[in-house]
Design a protein around this ligand. Sequence first.
Ligand code: ZN
Length: 302
Amino acid sequence: MTEASASRVSFFSKKELECPVCETKFYREDILTGRGRLIAGELTNELRRLYEPSQKYGEVNPLIYPVTVCPGCYYAAFSQDFFEIEDGGRTEISNDSDERIRAVRDLFDDLDFREPRRLQEGTASYYLAMRCYDSMPAELSPTIKQGISSLRAAWLCGDFHRKSPEENFDYLSRVFYRKACFFYRLAIEYEQNGKESIANAGHLGPDMDQNYGYDGVLYLASYLEFYYGPTTDEERRAEALRRAKTIVARLFGMGRASKQKPSAILDKSRDLYAQIREALDEDGEDNGDNGAGGDDPTESTE
Ligand SMILES: [Zn+2]
């Protein structure tokens, strides 16, 4: 590594890529790891890994690089999927180009996907991916990828809000959390009815540092339901919370039987279970769930 590149945190691919939608040619940017660029900090309850800024490299945010974005038409997908687009999807994504560019520029007015990415390009990349996966084939498990993209967009908007509290990014963050809740719920439904697989989706993160797999998806779906699920219809809310409670109870219940589960999932599921249970009790919505006996999901540890 030369002196000039020693303090860089990313690099552009040597090989030129060609966008499968609009044929724009560009170079893909990727993160450089190692040499103390990433100093791992706390793991949040959303299974996000936080990083401490290093003296030499400052703040490094690995989340802003995984989505490949065409700088011409703003077609975006996780890098492993970028060329897996099919003819029908290609036409849809091509027809949506003007609208897609306009919509993302409403959120961020000075995007440049040919230069080293900043937080705005990173956040925009997930918004664009969320939109483009609508037109991707079911074999690529687009729905859970939309969920992961929404969740990461929510995180990055939260980062923005901490830097510029007056710019309403906390509002946008909540919008993305609610979308994430919707997509995680839908992805589990599709997994159960065989429409789309979650297990074959590859890295489910939700962050870059570790893959919490299907357990992570179940935990997050419950977490998002609790914090960001729809609340207008009280009965449906209570039903959604009871379902979430059963799921997290199974997660830490099974953990007692098998030692395979990561302790983060076990501990966080147990905490979430207690919170949901309290919310249901407080609302007086928990009737019959614990009282009648034999229906407490924690009792089945198979
Ligand atoms: Zn393009």
